[in-house]
Design a protein around this ligand. Structure first.
Ligand SMILES: [Zn+2]
Length: 307
């Protein structure tokens, strides 16, 4: 009898431990998903009105302060620490602006100061293809590499940021929403402006879909149309391959990744926070959102290679 109770007790203990393990691992998985979701950030206006709209409840601009989200580097895999700065509007901030608008805006004056910090810090602005070549072991990067990126193709990027980048000789990548640039909207660049930037020595043009949807929420055919369509439009406009992509709102899933891969993009950028870039995550590259009142120097020191 006593022995029987020992056996029953032992089995019960095993059951509790096993259940606890399952619950714990489930919770761990869920918290990972939530953390990832938390990093999906609102991005831009999806209309021609120029009024930015938040698309999710995540309007907290302090994500960088809470955690650094870097990929797990597989054994033997090449990983490079390359900070990729993410900008949207380069325009003056006004008192009436919403929190989300302020979060997406850096004033021209502060942008100039931030770019001067890049230069003064001895950083070298690289292109997406240079990063890709380095991740594939086909090239080495200059010391203190950095990338400067702009999402959405706003007119103020062309008017305010592009001239400064040319003056400073800093290369940057502009991700264009191709369905928005042919409507004579004062908010977005025109095809002629895209061509002018592309012909310069500092700008790389990348694709950012046709209409800026949350890709993970679309049907497969629509995902493909948005991704492949934006690439095809830019390539017919610029007469050369367009190899870099950025996910609107940082939204993507496995199906989107496959379409981006099959479309022939070499690199694709998320809104996930971090600066460790690897060859297996070259289509899920991390970035760092820069706010108006921030200094870029400390950001690059924290996220850079410390060379
Ligand atoms: Zn965007």
């Amino acid at each position: 009898m006593t022995r029987w109770w020992w056996i029953m007790g032992g089995l019960g203990l095993i059951a509790v431990v096993a259940t606890g393990t399952v619950v714990f691992s489930t919770m761990a998985r869920r918290s990972t998903v939530d953390a990832t979701k938390e990093m999906l950030s609102m991005d831009a206006s999806s209309s021609f009105t120029g009024v930015p709209s938040a698309t999710s409840s995540n309007q907290i601009p302090a994500g960088r302060l809470r955690m650094v989200h870097d990929p797990i580097v597989k054994p033997g895999e090449l990983a490079l620490r390359v900070p990729v700065l993410m900008y949207h509007y380069v325009r003056d901030l006004t008192p009436g602006m919403s929190t989300s608008s302020r979060w997406l805006s850096v004033s021209p004056e502060h942008f100039r100061a931030q770019m001067q910090e890049v230069v003064d810090g001895g950083y070298h602005a690289i292109t997406p293809d240079e990063l890709d070549a380095a991740l594939n072991g086909k090239a080495t990067l200059p010391a203190k590499p950095v990338m400067i990126t702009f999402d959405d193709g706003y007119r103020d990027q062309y008017e305010n940021a592009f001239p400064m980048l040319k003056t400073l000789g800093l290369r940057a990548t502009f991700f264009i929403i191709t369905g928005y640039i042919n409507h004579n909207s004062p908010v977005y660049v025109t095809p002629e402006m895209v061509k002018e930037m592309d012909a310069s020595s500092v700008a790389t043009i990348g694709a950012h879909t046709k209409h800026h949807p949350e890709l993970a929420k679309l049907k497969r055919a629509d995902q493909k149309d948005e991704i492949v369509g934006s690439k095809a439009y830019l390539e017919s406009l610029l007469h050369h391959p367009v190899t870099s992509f950025a996910y609107p709102y940082g939204s993507y899933d496995d199906a989107v990744l496959k379409i981006v891969t099959d479309a022939g993009f070499h690199t694709a950028f998320t809104t996930l926070l971090g600066s460790v870039q690897t060859s297996s995550t070259r289509l899920e590259l991390r970035r760092i959102r820069v706010l108006d009142d921030e200094h870029v120097g400390p950001i690059l020191q924290k996220f850079g290679s410390n060379e």
